[in-house]
Design a protein around this ligand. Structure first.
Ligand code: PLP
Length: 378
């Protein structure tokens, strides 16, 4: 068949590869940590040791590569390990530019761990390409990091505009696209060099795997350094987790479409509600990033939104406590809806507004989710 298959078909079939011996529709789990040498010392199976690689990664990495239009993908033991590997591949004295609003644990690691060890870390305003450009030119940044939509206010960064600046200064442009997923945005098609996901979130989608992935536009020197960081550093995914990830990805398009529709319905239903001062969702025309989001996201604006409770911090904690259908838990991107008072999770040093509650909208019936929010804010 010459016509390229749609992402929905590729995902549903896990690329449709059938293994030779038993013609299984579902691939096996490869538990072996080591592989036999031939008598001549070679490795006829092409594998040596599972800290470098595992055959169970192949299908998941290939599917993510196809969905992201990437040359190659690499699984990691967590999203943090995947993101950290990009920065670990740099040298002391190199500069990296990262957004002011981003996944808080990565910002904390960069500022409190990587920076004291010699990496230059500068923050730019997420939505300001002028700020990003000025700082990238002044620092000759080696890596420019984007998270879009960005935790926890869902700020949008223009990936194509950032890509033209990163080309100008010779930086690697890496995009944390965890919230957008490959179903809504394809950063490599917009000029990024590397795309990263916490697969813990939408790609696996069932709150039962911690994992991460990087996918690259080119199998170049930088990618080989990152590959070395994984195999030598050892932050590899377990074989069962890789298998669960592939199983989860088979329903990614359906789950993302439903989460997007539910989140949009909730945002529209509550945008004028007197109990909330702000509904932060890039799908609303009132969101500052809406125009750029419309350009670089297709098929929806994601399943993440935040609400700010007008009556302040204590009222936002009370609102969270009264939710019944939304479960009070951190994380995002799963089939069940989650809510959290974000500043409490991020702790001291958080830049999150103290009246903000982050909602990860799942695939439940939207009327149940809306009724839950209505009851809790009343
Ligand atoms: C946007 C984003 N990036 C990265 C991470 C880190 O991923 P992990 O928890 O898999 O290490 C998270 C986790 O919440 C996240 O939300």
């Amino acid at each position: 068949m010459d016509k390229p298959l749609h992402p929905q078909t590729l995902a549903a079939q896990g690329l449709g590869r059938v293994t030779e011996t038993y013609r299984e529709i579902v691939p096996p789990i490869h538990a072996s940590t080591t592989y036999e040498r031939g008598a001549d010392g070679s490795y006829p199976g092409g594998r040596v040791y599972s800290r470098a690689d595992n055959p169970g990664y192949d299908a998941a990495e290939a599917l993510i590569s196809r969905l992201e239009n990437a040359k190659a993908a690499m699984l990691f033991s967590s999203g943090q390990a995947a993101a950290g590997s990009v920065f670990t591949a740099l040298m002391p004295g190199d500069n990296a530019l990262v957004p002011r609003n981003m996944y808080w644990a990565l910002r904390k690691w960069l500022l409190e761990f990587a920076k004291p060890r010699g990496l230059g870390i500068e923050l730019y305003e997420n939505a300001s390409i002028d700020d990003l450009a000025a700082k990238a030119r002044a620092s000759r940044a080696r890596v420019i990091w984007i998270e879009t939509p960005a935790n926890p206010t869902w700020d949008i960064t223009d990936i194509a505009a950032a890509a033209s600046i990163s080309r100008e200064v010779g930086a690697v442009l890496a995009v944390d696209s965890t919230v957008a997923t490959p179903m809504l945005t394809r950063p490599l098609d917009l000029g990024a060099n590397i795309v990263m996901h916490s697969v813990t979130k939408y790609l696996n989608g069932h709150s039962d795997v911690i994992g991460g992935v990087l996918a690259t536009a080119a199998d170049d020197e930088f990618w080989q350094k990152v590959r070395y960081v994984r195999s030598a550093g050892g932050a590899v995914l377990g074989p069962f987790e890789a298998w669960l990830l592939l199983r989860g990805m088979r329903t990614l398009p359906l789950r993302v479409a439903t989460a997007c529709a539910n989140a949009m319905a909730i945002a529209q239903r509550f945008q004028l509600h007197p109990g909330f001062s702000h509904i932060l969702y890039p799908g609303l025309a009132t969101h500052p990033g809406h125009v750029v989001a419309k350009r670089q996201m297709s098929g929806g604006f994601g399943g993440m939104l935040s609400v700010r409770v007008r009556a302040g911090e204590q009222a936002s904690k009370d609102f969270t406590a009264r939710l019944r259908v939304f479960k009070r838990a951190t994380s995002l991107g799963s089939v069940e809806s989650l809510a959290e008072h974000r500043a409490s999770v991020e702790g001291p040093g958080s830049t999150c507004p103290t009246d903000l509650v982050r909602l990860s909208v799942g695939i439940e019936h939207v009327d149940d989710l809306i009724a839950d929010i209505e009851d809790a804010i009343r």
